[in-house]
Ligand binder design. Structure first.
Ligand SMILES: [Zn+2]
Length: 544
């Protein structure tokens, strides 16, 4: 009987969520008192309601998931631009917020929907005077609809369950930014990053690790192969100001994201350990844009996580509104530097094939708890939080710096014809050309001496590591050989994919496996990408 009554109540709530005529649209989280999270149909119905609420929103489809769900992209502007081309001489800045990439981490989904509704309702929001807002509330739609109370059982709500981490292909989308094997990431690259060119991107997650009081944490892109002026800007100005605004303006306690190096000894520091561009936010940094990672605290209750994320969105957009001209000129300067480096490359211009992390000048303050060790015998130490709260100010290990480097070229030349590789480079938005005639050039080649595939599969790959030596010689390149010049804004993405020793490149992720060893005999073939180190006049045609 009790079951029937609760079904009836749910049905009333569900009907109540449709149509603004009966009051404003509410998310499933709001309607359930933050006990449930939205499924795919809830999200799509909510978005349909937003469209009836305001003429300042349009919905595009950014991708179709493996299981056939259209992934919605909300475009909010006042006035709404018809297309990205309409923004050519528009002073507004494009900001993109993405949620639910890990579909067990659901508060960003609820918070972005609420935020979209409320910003559209505001009569005179200064935000929409200066910002075009793009929102994907449900990036991993297939993972989302596997809602079960058996997922993320350590998480403090919603009690009615959440989705799973992986997408419909069993891939972690936040490891797919470089290899782009999923329809979601390919759609993101083509229909958001390349098409709308957002200058700021925030990716919303939930933490897994250390104990603390703050319900909201966030941090910035860290890969040292991006433009370091953008990293410094985030670290020294933008992120501290957003943190301050979130606390003083919106009364949400927050700290920069990380985990304790040793939960039993917080003094050993707070670490941001995800540095590779396979992570969305670091990838965005390689594109010379500002990437922000939001991680809401797993042990905070669901309502606090959603509202914390919601207010972080306001703090971020307030900052973008107040500083949009500064951000635009900073990014334009980074693009100019990247292009001119590609034309006039010098020996000092380099790519970090190995890098390490050191503490930032400024320490971080975390309101943590004393922990007690439960077990340190397994592969992961297990701790338990006590009620003894203590505030610590500790080193923040976030500054990644090169420890081994290789020279950046004037251009890369591909010596094999491979449609999959061409397509991947194009999907990233990298400009490709073809040699218009046979051309003899001094080229640097990478001769492989060791190649090891990982013993254990990772994201469907026996990930490769390689060693080798560089030799320089004159090489005859055939007409039609694919050329990737470094004088382009996405040069850092290109280098990361094409450098043989790159930890997130084509070789590492097995795109080039078939070319690396001879059909008969021992040893290795030369790596099939040559580097032209010096400025050269090349006769080429576009390869679209
Ligand atoms: Zn996550």
């Amino acid at each position: 009987m009790a079951g029937k009554i609760s079904i009836l109540i749910l049905a009333v709530l569900f009907i109540g969520s449709r149509g603004f005529g009966q009051g404003e649209a509410k998310t499933r989280a709001e309607l359930s008192g933050f006990k449930s999270t939205s499924d795919y149909n809830d999200v799509m119905s909510f978005i349909a309601n937003l469209k009836s609420l305001s003429k300042n929103i349009r919905v595009e489809t950014m991708a179709r998931s493996t299981e056939g769900r259209d992934i919605p992209l909300l475009i909010i502007g006042k006035p709404l631009p018809d297309s990205p081309e309409a923004l050519l001489n528009d002073p507004r800045i494009v900001v993109y917020v993405q949620a639910n990439i890990h579909a067990g981490e659901v508060e960003g989904k609820e918070a972005t929907l609420m935020f979209a509704r409320d910003i559209l309702k505001e009569k005179n929001s200064p935000i929409l005077d200066h910002v075009i807002l793009l929102i994907c509330p449900l990036f991993n739609a297939d993972g989302n609809d596997r809602i079960s109370t058996g997922n993320r059982t350590d998480q403090n709500g919603p009690v009615n369950g959440v989705g799973v981490r992986y997408n419909g292909q069993f891939l972690d989308l936040n490891r797919d930014a470089m290899k782009a094997e999923s329809p979601e990431v390919r759609g993101l690259l083509r229909n958001v990053f390349n098409k709308w060119d957002p200058y700021i991107f925030m990716d919303c997650h939930t933490t897994n690790g250390s104990y603390h009081v703050e319900p909201v944490t966030f941090t910035w892109m860290v890969n040292p192969n991006g433009d370091n002026s953008l990293i410094s800007y985030l670290r020294d100005k933008m992120m501290p100001e957003i943190s301050e605004k979130l606390l003083s303006g919106y009364k949400v306690e927050n700290c920069f994201y990380g985990e304790f190096n040793d939960m039993m000894d917080p003094g050993k520091g707070w670490l941001m350990d995800a540095s590779e561009p396979r992570y969305m936010v670091n990838y965005f940094g390689l594109r010379n844009r500002l990437g922000i990672l939001n991680e809401n605290y797993v042990y905070a209750d669901f309502r606090s996580r959603v509202m914390g994320c919601y207010h972080l969105l306001y703090s971020l957009l307030d900052y973008a509104t107040a500083n949009y001209t500064e951000i635009k000129s900073l990014i334009a300067a980074a693009d100019r530097r990247t292009i001119s480096r590609g034309i006039n490359s010098i020996k000092a211009d380099s790519f970090a094939v190995e890098y390490n992390v050191r503490e930032a000048v400024k320490k971080v303050t975390i309101k943590t708890y004393e922990a007690e060790m439960v077990s340190d015998s397994g592969p992961r130490k297990i701790y338990m939080r006590t009620d003894r709260q203590k505030t610590v100010t500790v080193p923040y290990f976030i500054d990644y710096y090169p420890v081994r480097k290789t020279g950046l070229p004037f251009a890369y030349l591909l010596t094999v014809n491979d449609q999959e590789v061409d397509e991947l480079l194009k999907t990233h938005g990298i400009v490709l050309e073809k040699l218009a005639e046979d051309t003899r050039l001094e080229a640097e080649k990478f001769e492989i001496t060791e190649l090891h595939g990982a013993a254990r599969l990772n994201q469907g790959h026996y990930y490769n590591t390689v060693k080798g030596t560089y030799t320089t010689s004159d090489v005859n390149f055939k007409e039609g050989t694919i050329v990737i010049r470094m004088a382009q804004p996405l040069a850092n993405v290109a280098a990361y994919l094409l450098e043989p020793e790159s930890g997130d490149g084509l070789l590492a992720w097995n795109f080039l496996d078939r070319y690396l060893v001879p059909q008969w005999g021992r040893g290795f073939n030369p790596y099939p990408v040559c580097k032209i180190m010096n400025y050269t006049t090349l006769k080429t045609i576009p390869f679209l």
